[in-house]
Design a protein around this ligand. Structure first.
Ligand SMILES: [Zn+2]
Length: 486
């Protein structure tokens, strides 16, 4: 077991704050009940290309907040791939002090990823919200209805307490974070920027990593670049192989060589490896740190990979979808390969494309980029008259993001964290994306990502660890109280 080291807070709780946070203790049951209701309302999001009505959960949440006396507003984002009147909701709920001040925003996504009920334990079905051994099971429980329940309760308790504050506390609920936010964070930042551009935002994605008991504070994430490579070759009779012009072989050659020859410019991560190690050691001590390093999730029999922590510190790619071929005896002249690139914060899309073009030049492929990007091969006489081997198209892109942990708001977060958990904060940044990426890209400042704990997000038997929710709610509440009084 890893024990977290006690740290005396720089700004300990005042007696007023103690009373405020004690409200969370008396409402713990209510936080769980809210989470249970949210989990029992199906709010799937399959794909950004297929509409799935998840309005029920928005209506429920709006009604809940209306009853509590918040000002709410639904925004409609029309679904572009259909002629019917289909749209996704975004919901904004606010608590205005009516005195001048800053705006703090809470944010969470109400959508969930699909599930295969057959893989779930029959006692804890995906939409059941069953509570067992201090865990609440269900799809979306930890990703991320638990964080939402904590933030909603923090808002409600700030209101109920009657404590004075300035400015405004608001919460923004999005419908499609799991497919990168075309109708949520991207839609709102493009079409209703004034409504959601707060002075600071906390996204309540889960961030308590087993075996820790307090959240990592997320200050950045990699930029997803989901790209389709369409390789063109020459068809023919399968009895007469074409080693280099078979489109599958072209794609294979591209994949095999990429491991050694595809290089991206290095970027300094928002949290370096050494900073992470130092922060962890100040949290758990050297022996605890050694324990943490030993901790490995159970390994599957077919897993031949070693754990690679270096993934955090470089731009990565994974070949995840491939389609080609018509018939066993026909050489394919076309092969489509979808690749998931995760760009380090600081690496621009153009720089990533430049790397891909350089790599294609190395393996002697002519590549065409999507419109609007400059292509290094266009100045290369070697490729001028060559036919195009591979076309690149964009499935979805977002650049990486990073937030300064030592901003004015960052200091409020750090001090509140230490006051609630009595241990020192650990900053992290994520390989995956959240709605924060679209917010940073739109120019919003001070976006932090942290929330409660649980396991099996996007997997069978997903659960929220109920024992983490009370303190997470306290943290949100204390940050709101302190920031809106600063
Ligand atoms: Zn999530």
């Amino acid at each position: 077991m890893v024990n977290e080291k006690k740290k005396y807070p720089k700004l300990p709780l005042t007696s007023k704050e103690k009373n405020l946070l004690a409200l969370v203790d008396t409402h713990e049951e209510e936080i769980t009940q809210l989470l249970q209701k949210l989990v029992q309302i199906e709010s799937l999001n399959f794909s950004e290309f297929q509409f799935w009505d998840n309005s029920a959960i928005f209506k429920f949440t709006k009604e809940f907040l209306d009853k509590e006396g918040f000002t709410t507003e639904l925004f409609k984002a029309p679904f572009t791939n259909s002629k019917k009147n289909e749209f996704y909701y975004n919901l904004l709920a606010s608590l205005d002090s009516s005195s001048k001040g800053k705006t703090l925003q809470f944010n969470g996504h109400l959508d969930i990823v699909p599930y295969n009920e057959d893989n779930w334990d029959s006692n804890t079905p995906p939409l059941g919200g069953v509570i067992k051994d201090g865990k609440l099971f269900g799809r979306g429980s930890i990703d991320m209805k638990a964080g939402i329940a904590c933030q909603v309760m923090a808002m409600k308790l700030l209101k109920e307490s009657g404590e004075k504050f300035n400015g405004k506390l608001q919460m923004w609920f999005t419908p499609d974070e799991e497919t990168h936010g075309a109708y949520g964070s991207a839609f709102m930042t493009k079409n209703h920027f004034e409504a959601i551009n707060a002075d600071a935002t906390i996204v309540s994605e889960p961030s308590i990593r087993h075996p820790m008991k307090s959240p990592n504070i997320g200050i950045g994430e990699k930029g997803p670049h989901w790209l389709k490579f369409t390789f063109h070759g020459v068809a023919g009779h399968g009895s007469w192989p074409r080693k280099k012009s078979n489109a599958i072989n072209k794609a294979t050659n591209f994949m095999v060589n990429a491991r050694k020859k595809l290089k991206f410019p290095k970027q300094k991560p928002p949290v370096t490896k050494w900073q992470s190690i130092r922060q962890l050691i100040s949290r758990v001590g050297i022996s605890g740190f050694r324990e943490l390093r030993k901790f490995q999730p159970p390994k599957l029999p077919l897993d031949k990979d070693k754990r690679d922590n270096g993934i955090l510190y470089r731009t990565t790619f994974s070949f995840n979808d491939i389609k080609a071929g018509i018939k066993t005896n026909i050489i394919p002249d076309r092969c489509e390969l979808d690749v998931d690139f995760r760009a380090m914060p600081g690496l621009t899309t153009q720089e990533l494309f430049d790397s891909l073009v350089r790599y294609c030049s190395k393996i002697k492929y002519r590549i065409e980029l999507p419109e609007g990007y400059s292509n290094l091969q266009h100045n290369d006489s070697k490729f001028k008259d060559e036919p195009v081997d591979v076309y690149l198209t964009i499935l979805t892109i977002g650049e990486g993001s990073a937030t300064d942990p030592n901003s004015e708001f960052g200091k409020v977060v750090q001090n509140a964290f230490t006051a609630v958990y009595e241990t020192s904060p650990v900053f992290s940044y994520n390989t995956g994306f959240s709605d924060a990426g679209n917010m940073v890209e739109a120019g919003m400042k001070d976006i932090f990502v942290f929330g409660p704990g649980g396991r099996n997000a996007h997997n069978a038997n997903e659960y929220a660890d109920l024992s983490t929710m009370k303190d997470t709610t306290k943290l949100y509440l204390l940050i709101a109280y302190r920031y809106l009084n600063s």
